[in-house]
Design a protein around this ligand. Sequence first.
Ligand SMILES: NC(=O)c1ccc[n+]([C@@H]2O[C@H](COP(=O)([O-])OP(=O)(O)OC[C@H]3O[C@@H](n4cnc5c(N)ncnc54)[C@H](OP(=O)(O)O)[C@@H]3O)[C@@H](O)[C@H]2O)c1
Length: 247
Amino acid sequence: MKINLKNKNVLITGAAKGVGRELSLAIAENGANVALHYRESEQEAIQLVKEIERLGVHATSVQGDLANYDEVKSMKEKLGGDFGHIDMIVNNAGWAQMKGFFEYEPEEWKREVDVCFYGVLNLVYEFVPSMKDNHGKFINIVGDSARTGDRNLIVSAAARNGAISFLKSLAKEVGRSNVQCNTISLGLIDQGEFDESIVNKIVKQYPSRRLGTTSDVVGAVLFMLSDEANWITGQVLSVNGGHSMIG
Ligand SMILES: NC(=O)c1ccc[n+]([C@@H]2O[C@H](COP(=O)([O-])OP(=O)(O)OC[C@H]3O[C@@H](n4cnc5c(N)ncnc54)[C@H](OP(=O)(O)O)[C@@H]3O)[C@@H](O)[C@H]2O)c1
């Protein structure tokens, strides 16, 4: 998919690896300057900056724990200094523990809420006000569990469902300023980490009889960043091979 993101500055969180890396490359290939956020994957982020600069766009990296408001504020200050105004954000970072609720110790569940819910609020509070009146776009990436529930992702699913609701209300607040807020809800994306026998079992839950690929995610995100999606706001777009179908 080709769209025109020339002269747009896009911040991608959790950009150094996995889905975030593919999104960053695709967004840069479509002409945007990219700010690649990482938390721990510094070397991967530095390498990716070099790779993307060869495409002829501006790229930089920025570190921060999204769960920590002061660190998100510092990210904004750093980017404001050496990169410039952020037009669009793809919040791809996330953190979840896979276990049943009664296997948690009470002190273990807070971090998932801090990253998957408060991380969104921290980014919005710092970055969205300066997106106003310039076709700003905030895209939050979640898993389908946020909509359907999942007994093994019980805390992150709840936190992300809260983020969906938050972005709907925010869309109502900032729509008049031309800022769009949407969620992309993913089914399982195959990044080569599963054995064939496991994949064969899981795909039975998918009408499309396959897991997702990073290109499936890239296509949806590019569409949401494009001008063609300018009238879409406060929505959740499922990219999930039909795993859940929510009207
Ligand atoms: N892969 C799937 O099948 C799937 C399915 C449904 C939903 N999703 C969601 O889609 C997104 C991308 O998937 P993925 O598998 O590529 O992601 P991932 O590896 O689970 O996480 C992406 C990045 O999030 C960053 N991160 C974690 N905690 C953070 C924090 N406190 N502050 C800032 N950054 C933090 C990490 O960056 P560093 O490495 O730099 O520390 C990590 O590389 C995630 O949000 C994931 O939950 C994925």
